[in-house]
Design a protein around this ligand. Structure first.
Ligand SMILES: NC(=O)c1ccc[n+]([C@@H]2O[C@H](COP(=O)([O-])OP(=O)(O)OC[C@H]3O[C@@H](n4cnc5c(N)ncnc54)[C@H](O)[C@@H]3O)[C@@H](O)[C@H]2O)c1
Length: 439
C-alpha cells in the first residue's frame, strides 16, 4: 500500500516515518521547501527522541520520500493523510485554512479512487466539509462519477514519546462511512495492532469528537489539580500528598494529576478553546471547560507571583534563571509554553532573564531574540541570580548539585514550578524554596 502524508510537522513526520518502518511506501509532503530539502539530507526539523535514525533508515531503504508536490504524488498513492496544522484562529476556533488548501488541491488533481483521512485535529463536521469540497472540485472538472472516501483518524501521540506512542498505540480511533474504508484502515494499521491493541471504529463525527474530548478531559484534570493545589497552600495541606492519596483510587488513576505552572503546548490550549467555540456555535455553553481554561491562564502566572511576593514587589533589575523552556520535557516545542508567559511578565517588569533548556534554545531565540540571555548549561544560568525558576522538569534538572548552585547564585531562592524538589532538603541547605501547593 502506498500512502501520502500531507504536512511534515510533529504529527506528519512521525506518522509517515512509522508507516514506512512497517514496510509501506510513504510520501511526506509539505509546502515548506526548506524543510523538505533538509529532510532529504537527513536534517530533521524537530527534536523527537529516536526520530532521526528512523527517518534516515527508511529514507535510505527507499521507502520514505519527501516532496513539495502533492498534485504529482496523488496519482501514486492509495491513501492521503492530512496532518497539517490547525492553529487557533482569532476567535479561538480551529483555523482550517491549511486543511482546506490541501483538500482543494486533492479535488483539483484527483484522477483515481483515493481514501482521504484527516489526522489533524479538526472540528466536528470537517469530514463532511472535506467531502463536499472534493466533490465540488470534481464536478467542476466533469468527474462527478469518480469515487473517493473520507475517514477521520485523530492522532493521540505525545511529543517526547511520539515514536513509541505511534508504534504501540493503546487504541487507534477511526471514523468511517463504509466497509471499503474499514478494510483499507485495517490493512494499514494491522502491523501496529498485531499485539491486540484496539481498533475503535466509529462514525466520523464521533471520531472527531473523541479527539477533542480526550484532550479536554486531560486538561480538566490538570486544571482541577492546580485549583486544589492553590487551595492546599491556603489551608496548609500538601498537594503532593493529596495527589498520592487520590491517585491511588483506581477510579481516579495516577496520571495527569500533577500540579504545576499550567498546561501548554500546541494541543491542549487550542483544542480546549476550539471545543468551547464549537459548542458556542451550536448555542451550547461549555461551563466546565471555560473554567479549565481560566484556571490554566491564572496558573501560568503563579511562579511569577511567588517571585514578586518574595521580593515584596521590588523586582526591577533583579536577575532570574529559567530552567526549561519547552512546554514539557523531551521536546523542543515551546508553543503556548508557560515559560513564554513567565519570561514575558518578567521582562515587562524590567527583570533580567538568563535561560537554559537542553533542546529548545533555538526555538526560544525565535521568540525572545536578544531580549534574554541564553546559558550554556543549568549552572551557567544561575550565576548571580536572585531566583531560579524550574519551569520544565527535564531529567537533567532533577538532581542538581545544590552546593554548587548555592555558591553561584546571588540569592538562594528556588521557585519550583513542577514540584520536583524536596522542600526539607532545600530548606536545610539554606534555600528559600517555593513550590505549587506544597509545604
Ligand atoms: N503536536 C502534537 O503533539 C499533536 C498530537 C496530536 C494531534 N496533533 C494535531 O495534528 C495536527 C498537526 O500538528 P503538528 O504539531 O504536527 O503541526 P506542525 O505545525 O508541527 O506541522 C504542520 C506542517 O504542515 C505544513 N503545511 C501547512 N500547510 C500545508 C499545505 N497546504 N500542504 C502541505 N503542508 C502544509 C507546515 O509547513 C508544517 O510543516 C494539528 O491539527 C494538531 O492539533 C498534534
Amino acid at each position: 500500500m502506498k500512502i501520502a502524508i500531507v504536512g511534515t510537522g510533529y504529527v506528519g513526520l512521525v506518522t509517515g516515518t512509522c508507516f514506512s518502518e512497517m514496510g509501506m511506501t510513504v510520501h511526506c509532503v509539505d509546502v515548506d521547501s526548506n524543510k523538505i530539502e533538509n529532510l532529504k539530507k537527513g536534517i530533521i526539523p524537530i527534536y523527537e527522541p529516536g526520530l532521526e535514525e528512523m527517518v534516515r533508515r527508511n529514507f535510505d531503504a527507499g521507502r520514505l520520500y519527501f516532496s513539495t508536490d502533492l498534485a504529482e504524488i496523488l496519482g501514486q498513492v492509495d491513501v492521503v493523510f492530512i496532518a497539517v496544522g490547525t492553529p487557533p484562529g482569532v476567535d479561538g476556533s480551529a483555523d482550517m485554512r491549511y486543511v482546506l488548501e490541501v483538500v482543494h488541491t486533492i479535488g483539483k488533481n484527483l484522477n483515481k479512487y483515493i481514501l482521504v483521512v484527516t489526522k489533524s485535529t479538526v472540528p466536528v463536521g470537517t469530514a463532511q466539509q472535506v467531502k463536499d469540497v472534493i466533490r465540488d472540485e470534481l464536478d467542476k472538472r466533469g468527474l462527478s462519477g469518480l469515487e473517493f472516501d473520507v475517514a477521520s483518524n485523530p492522532e493521540f501521540l505525545k511529543e517526547g514519546s511520539a515514536i513509541d506512542d505511534f508504534m504501540h498505540p493503546d487504541r487507534v480511533v477511526v471514523g468511517i462511512e463504509n466497509e471499503r474504508t474499514k478494510e483499507i484502515m485495517d490493512r494499514l494499521y494491522k502491523p501496529f495492532t498485531i499485539n491486540n491493541y484496539r481498533m475503535i471504529y466509529t462514525d466520523v463525527v464521533s471520531a472527531e469528537m473523541i479527539k477533542y474530548a480526550a484532550n479536554a478531559m486531560l486538561a480538566t484534570r490538570i486544571s482541577f489539580m492546580n485549583d486544589i493545589a492553590n487551595l492546599c497552600e491556603i489551608v496548609g495541606a500538601d498537594v503532593n500528598m493529596v495527589r498520592a492519596g487520590i491517585g491511588s483510587d483506581m477510579r481516579i488513576g495516577k496520571k495527569f494529576l500533577y500540579a504545576g505552572c499550567g498546561y501548554g503546548g500546541s494541543c491542549f490550549p487550542k483544542d480546549v478553546r476550539a471545543l468551547i467555540k464549537t459548542a458556542e456555535n451550536q448555542g451550547y455553553d461549555m461551563r466546565v471547560l471555560k473554567a479549565v481554561e481560566e484556571v490554566n491562564e491564572l496558573q501560568k502566572g503563579i511562579v511569577y507571583s511567588k517571585f514578586l511576593d518574595h521580593y515584596n514587589g521590588d523586582i526591577k533589575d533583579k536577575k532570574v534563571a529559567i530552567w526549561g523552556l519547552s512546554f514539557k520535557p523531551k521536546t523542543d516545542d515551546i508553543r503556548e509554553a508557560p515559560s513564554v508567559v513567565i519570561i514575558n511578565k518578567l521582562l515587562e517588569e524590567g527583570v533580567k532573564v538568563k535561560a537554559y533548556d537542553p533542546v529548545a534554545m533555538d526555538e526560544a531565540r525565535k521568540i525572545f531574540g536578544d531580549r534574554i540571555e541564553y546559558a550554556n548549561d543549568m549552572y551557567d544560568a544561575v550565576l548571580d541570580a536572585d531566583a531560579v525558576m524550574l519551569i520544565t522538569e527535564w531529567y537533567e534538572f532533577r538532581l542538581p548539585s545544590w552546593a554548587t548552585i548555592k555558591k553561584l547564585v546571588k540569592e538562594p531562592v528556588i521557585i519550583d514550578g513542577r514540584n520536583i524538589y524536596n522542600s526539607n532538603e532545600l530548606k536545610k541547605l539554606g534555600f528559600k524554596y517555593f513550590s505549587i501547593g506544597g509545604k
